[in-house]
Design a protein around this ligand. Sequence first.
Ligand code: PLP
Length: 372
Amino acid sequence: MVMASFTALTEGEVYVPGLPSEYVAERYGIAPDQIAKLGSAENPHGASPKARAAVEAALGRLDLYPDWTARRLREAIAQKYGFDADNVVCGSGETEVISMVIRAFARPDAPVMMHDPCFPLYRIYSNCEGRCPVFTPTGKDFDPLVDQYIENLRKLKPRIAFITNPHNPSGRLIDEAGVRRICDAASEGTLMVLDEAYIHYSETEFGMQLLRDYPNLIVLRTFSKAFGLAGLRVGFGISANPRLILPLRNIKPTWNMGQLQIAGGVAAINDDEHVRRAVKTVVEMRAYVAERLATVPGFRMVPGSRANFFLTEILAPELDSTTVFEELLKRGVIVKNGADIPGLGSRYLRVDVNLKRHMDRFVSALADIRSA
Ligand SMILES: Cc1ncc(COP(=O)(O)O)c(C=O)c1O
């Protein structure tokens, strides 16, 4: 038999997600409930209880096709933020919306701008679709360098420009004035995409207020973080300009949102109590872990995170991120290895802010690794 020889267009960089607890439990013989899972920025209190109940109630509709535009969910989201359903598009996770935005608005070879480092999927999807990722730098401790961002908008003339606010992986926030300055500087030929996956944890939700001032702006949000629905896969894009939303609806996989995703999302969007609880825990534990980490020599918290994770810098010259990552796994602590985040290098770990017992376990494990 003659085998056809295929070369995929998408070879190359692959996204490295946080490890699942089961993998670490099996590999190191640790009980799953003893593992501190701090590599995927999930909600410390689990799923929104309202969403859980709604998903269970929707099980009776599994035999029926969902509305292909997820109208009920678009209406609920639009109502929450004072828009119409035509201002919203939903995706199977925010990441699906990111891929749709790149496909719909950047032609092949068109520049797509992002920070270096940044959430790797902007770059991976741009490359997969034959678009051209271009980068604007971050400064000391991942300062977003707003002036330089604006200069690069003018110089590189990207078709799409991403801002992740708070930034992943550093958690740093550009304030409202900074985001406005960027949006003011963007030419009409640039679509501004404000990725607010972690915005609840910054306790300043200004992105939605900018929409009416900037017709070339889309805000992206996810249900995976503050709503605790990472396993359900729900995200959305919203713009005051429905002409930015319609092309996304036209290219999306037709039934990308199932009955359970729609039902869970509708219930979660108004579960303010669950969001408040998660935000309170994260804000308190962010301060707590900063204090505790300051007592461990050889490591340093990168200051300024307003997200539910932070970067730990490895100062001890005999250690690098892969060694510390592996040693933490042996001690039942999962974090994200900086070496797996393009542009970050081998001196950093990204660590979730979670319940106190997990933070304690992380800090004690680091102290143990240093003294070993
Ligand atoms: C900046 C950023 N945007 C989007 C997402 C993905 O969201 P979702 O789970 O809805 O696909 C993540 C997840 O890690 C993220 O870090």
